[in-house]
Design a binder for this molecule. Sequence first.
Ligand SMILES: [Fe+2]
Ligand SMILES: [Fe+2]
Length: 161
Amino acid sequence: MSLITPELIAILKDHFMLDWSGDHGAPHWARVKHNGVALANTTGAQVRVVEAFAFMHDSCRENEYTDPEHGLRAADFARHLVRRNKLQLEKDELELLVRACEGHSNGGMIEDITVCTCWDADRLDLGRVGIKPDPKYLCTETAKHPVFIELAYQRSLRNRA
Ligand SMILES: [Fe+2]
Ligand SMILES: [Fe+2]
């Protein structure tokens, strides 16, 4: 069964304070998932954690601009959802998800491979806000490949208004 259930999406939609289709909304989450699953094929990241990260990491944003606490709130929300059985993760998976959410907007580069894959999946979608991903700020060798960057960049541009 998929980790991202219709019930979970309904909870996230209800909780999300910003434009569902905006820069940090559902289309971004879907592309982060796409990037992350593709990266995980090569990096060996835990796919369930990558999928959960895609849908959780920006779910507690309170604005589209500067919101330095949003990763911490996302981590807390993930813990809450796991406790309520709305997000089916094992303890070790939740621990990786929490680390990925907490650190995702701090510019970190060195972490567990699953956490790094989450961060790269997010950074590869910067084209939606007019930024071409720079390999210097990507953690995994797979994400740094020019073809991988270009494909993700083109996908992110397609969603720009
Ligand atoms: Fe974020
Ligand atoms: Fe994001």
